[in-house]
Design a binder for this molecule. Structure first.
Ligand SMILES: CC(C)(COP(=O)(O)OP(=O)(O)OC[C@H]1O[C@@H](n2cnc3c(N)ncnc32)[C@H](O)[C@@H]1OP(=O)(O)O)[C@@H](O)C(=O)NCCC(=O)NCCS
Length: 377
């Protein structure tokens, strides 16, 4: 009897979890039991990171202490800045992956895989991630990195280090929501890859490095960048229908649609849809939202019945673009939001660890006779 092959491990359960609940049919997402809609509208990224790592919402004092801890851990070693400088011509995700890997050499607890140490390392990586991305963006422009500003929250400080300018509240809040929406999403490809690394009892820095490398692909984190490139190519809402039809007729996919788990709309998308619309109108560029809206409401409408709906990446790119963020940084922003989720997934893996090692059914030749190289044609 040949084994049953489950391509892409679709719909396979490999463990239990208390991290996030996803109902792909209903389009529902809970972090630690709390609805993503409440968290997106009422919470902050700092509070959500606490929730994910410690399992419940903090009280005022716990949140203030946790926020101070994040702010105190933003500075990265000068040696890591030098590593970033050495590889600065690379894609920001390659640079982020390299810098996180390098940080492992400087972390005093790198080899301690206890739950407590892993959470402490996850907090440090969450705090340092924006410093890496912003420092790289400055260095590649021939500019000095901007030191973290302890007076600003996580999102505001990232924008400040990126542009060397104090961000306004509205922009800070937009990025804060974006980070919340990206913070955790179960054993998706990058989190699963991170868990595979953790399952060998390797360390969190190695696992997060794996996660960054896996997130980079266009089928996963790269979609926001591709969506905005598509919108720029389309240029005008009137061209949207023809452009998208040509893509689909060629057998191409429309980026920002479809999801391995959701058959209904990705519940994270609505928060970015509304904000993309408002930001477009306020900044005098409603055309990007109009193009995306046209694709969603017309070209891709028939696909809804097949379960192919917008995902979190569809509107994200237009927001980053309107905030003046270069398109090759879009995935890095996703990664910065996801560091707490990767940490939590690794904590769950360490807590009840078993080596993750599936099988493939061999369908190649058997027992061939070895021919010496001199005798091969
Ligand atoms: C995310 C994604 C990889 C999930 O893929 P999956 O679960 O493996 O589903 P499949 O690739 O098997 O697709 C199932 C069907 O839907 C179609 N489909 C999936 N996404 C599509 C899209 N974005 N545009 C058009 N058709 C799509 C596939 O062509 C396939 O059709 P078929 O059965 O006729 O061959 C896929 O939807 C995709 O490539 N989306 C675009 C990239 C993207 O936005 N990624 C971000 C995810 S958050």
């Amino acid at each position: 009897m040949p084994p049953e092959i489950i391509k892409g491990l679709k719909d396979v359960y490999f463990d239990t979890t208390e991290s996030s609940f996803i109902d792909g049919i209903e389009g529902k997402l809970l972090y630690r039991g709390y609805n993503i809609h409440d968290l997106a509208e009422k919470s902050t990224f700092e509070e959500v990171v606490y929730l994910l790592l410690y399992g419940d919402l903090p009280n005022k004092k716990q949140l203030a202490d946790f926020d101070s801890l994040l702010r105190a851990n933003r500075i990265i070693p000068d040696d890591v800045i030098q590593v970033i400088d050495l590889v600065k011509t690379g894609h920001p995700m390659d640079v982020l992956r390299t810098a996180i890997s390098a940080l492992g050499s400087f972390d005093p607890e790198v080899t301690d895989n206890s739950v407590e140490a892993t959470i402490r390392k996850g907090i440090r990586l969450t705090a340092m991630g924006p410093t890496i991305v912003a420092a790289h963006h400055r260095l590649r422009q021939g500019l000095e990195p901007v030191a973290p500003n302890p007076d600003l929250n996580h999102a505001g400080n990232f924008l400040y280090m990126l542009f060397d300018e104090l961000p306004n509240q509205e922009t800070t809040d937009l990025l804060d929501v974006d980070f919340i929406l990206h913070a955790e999403h179960g054993p998706n490809a990058s989190a699963f890859a991170a868990r595979v690394t953790a399952s060998t009892v390797s360390d969190l820095h190695s696992a997060v490095t794996t996660g960054v490398g896996t997130l980079k692909g266009p089928a996963h984190g790269g979609a926001a960048e591709e969506v905005m490139k598509m919108a720029l190519d389309i240029g005008n809402p009137e061209n949207a229908a023809e452009y998208a039809s040509n893509l689909l007729d060629n057998g191409d996919r429309i980026m920002g649609f479809g999801h391995r788990v959701y058959r209904a709309e990705d519940p994270r998308a609505r928060h970015l849809r509304d904000r993309s619309k408002v930001l477009g109108e306020k900044s005098g560029h409603p055309e990007w939202f109009q193009i995306l809206q046209h694709l969603e409401e017309n070209t891709m409408q028939p696909y809804r019945s097949k379960g192919i709906c917008v995902n979190v990446d569809f509107f994200a790119g237009s927001i980053y673009y309107l905030l003046g963020i270069p398109d090759d940084l879009f995935i890095s922003i996703f990664a910065l939001g996801r560091i707490p989720g990767w940490t939590l997934q690794c904590v769950e893996q360490y807590k009840d660890n078993i080596l993750l090692r599936p099988l493939t059914e061999y369908i190649g030749e058997m027992d061939l006779e070895y021919t010496p190289i001199e005798s091969r044609s």
